[in-house]
Design a protein around this ligand. Structure first.
Ligand code: KIV
Length: 296
C-alpha cells in the first residue's frame, strides 16, 4: 500500500490494475484518523451523517453548513485517503450554477478533494459543469436516499427491465459527463457487474455485489454501533453497541459504588503547601506572615 495521497487518478489506475478500491464513511476527526491509518483508499463524508450522527430520520434535512463542519473535521484527520464530500439535498438540484458554487465550498472551505452527488442522466449537465470548474465528481445511482419520497422507500433498484436499462443509461451518462467514479447502491449484483464492465471509471458498490471495482460501507454499520440492526448488505465487523453499553454501565456502577476514581486517577500537592492551605482555611493571616509563606 502506497503512503502517497490517493487521488482520483489513483482510483482510475486501480480499476485498470483490477485492484479493489476500499471506501468507508467518516464524519469526525478521530474516526477519519483511524480509517485513514488503516489503509482505506477513500473516505466519504456522507450525508448519511444525518441519520447516523445527527439523529434525523432521513438525509433530507442535512444542510451545507452541517456538511462543511463535518468535512473539515475529516479532512483534518486524513493524510492519505481521498476525501469525498457528499452534496446534501437541495445544494445542487435547483440550478447548475448553485451546484458549482456548493461543490466549490467543499474544496475551498472544507479541504475535500472531490464531491459526490446523487442522480442519473438528468444530472449529467450538473456533473459536467462541476467537473469543468476543476472539481472531481463521484456519481451515485440506484437507491438514491435523497429521492426516497419519489422511490417510495429504501428499496433495491433495477430489478425489472425498464429500471435496469435506465440504470445502465444513467451510469453511462454520468461517466460521459466526466465523473471519476460512481456509487451503485442497492442494485442487483448481475446488473452491477454489467455496469462495471461497461464503464471505464470505477464503480463503488454498497449492496451491489462483489463485481464492483470497489466497496463502501457506512462506518457505524461496519462497527455495529446501532442497536437497531443493519440492512442485509452490511457486514458488522464488530459489536461496538455492546462494548459501549458495557463500558458505560461499568462507569455508572463504579462511580456509585465509590470505586472510581481511584488514587491513581487523581493528583496531589506537596504536603507543605497543603499545610499552609489548611492554616489559611483556619484563619491564618497571609499578609501578616508573608515571608514565611513565601518560603514555601
Ligand atoms: O451518504 C452516504 O453515506 C452514502 C453512501 C451510502 C454511499 O451516500
Amino acid at each position: 500500500m502506497t503512503q502517497e495521497r490517493v487521488t482520483v487518478k489513483t482510483f482510475q489506475e486501480m480499476k485498470i490494475r483490477h485492484e479493489t478500491i476500499t471506501m468507508l464513511t467518516a464524519y469526525d476527526y478521530p474516526t477519519a484518523r483511524l480509517v485513514d491509518a488503516n489503509g482505506v483508499d477513500g473516505i466519504l463524508v456522507g450525508d448519511s451523517v444525518g441519520n447516523v450522527v445527527l439523529g434525523y430520520d432521513s438525509t433530507l434535512p442535512v444542510t451545507m453548513d452541517e456538511m462543511i463542519h463535518h468535512v473539515r473535521a475529516v479532512a483534518r484527520g486524513t493524510a492519505r485517503a481521498l476525501v469525498v464530500a457528499d452534496m446534501p439535498f437541495m445544494s445542487y438540484q435547483v440550478s447548475v450554477e448553485e451546484a458549482v458554487r456548493s461543490a466549490g465550498r467543499f474544496l475551498k472551505e472544507a479541504g475535500a478533494q472531490a464531491v459526490k452527488l446523487e442522480g442519473g442522466a438528468n444530472f449529467a449537465p450538473t456533473v459536467k459543469a462541476i467537473v469543468r470548474a476543476g472539481i472531481p465528481v463521484m456519481g451515485h445511482i440506484g437507491l438514491t436516499p435523497q429521492s426516497v419520497n419519489q422511490l417510495g422507500g429504501y428499496k433495491v433498484q433495477g430489478k425489472d427491465l425498464e429500471t435496469a436499462t435506465r440504470l445502465v443509461h444513467d451510469a453511462k451518462a454520468i461517466e460521459k459527463a466526466g465523473a471519476f467514479a460512481i456509487v451503485l447502491e442497492c442494485v442487483p449484483r448481475e446488473l452491477a457487474e454489467i455496469i462495471t464492465q461497461s464503464l471505464t471509471i470505477p464503480t463503488i458498490g454498497i449492496g451491489a455485489g462483489a463485481a464492483c471495482d470497489g466497496q463502501i460501507l457506512v462506518i457505524h454499520d461496519l462497527l455495529g454501533v446501532s442497536e437497531k440492526g443493519t440492512p442485509k448488505f452490511v457486514k458488522c465487523y464488530a459489536e461496538l453497541h455492546q462494548i459501549i453499553t458495557d463500558a458505560i454501565g461499568a462507569f455508572v456502577h463504579e462511580v456509585r459504588a465509590g470505586k472510581f476514581p481511584g488514587r491513581e486517577h487523581s493528583f496531589t500537592i506537596p504536603p507543605e503547601t497543603l499545610g499552609i492551605v489548611r492554616e489559611i482555611m483556619a484563619g491564618a493571616d497571609v499578609e501578616k506572615d508573608r515571608e514565611r509563606y513565601r518560603e514555601v
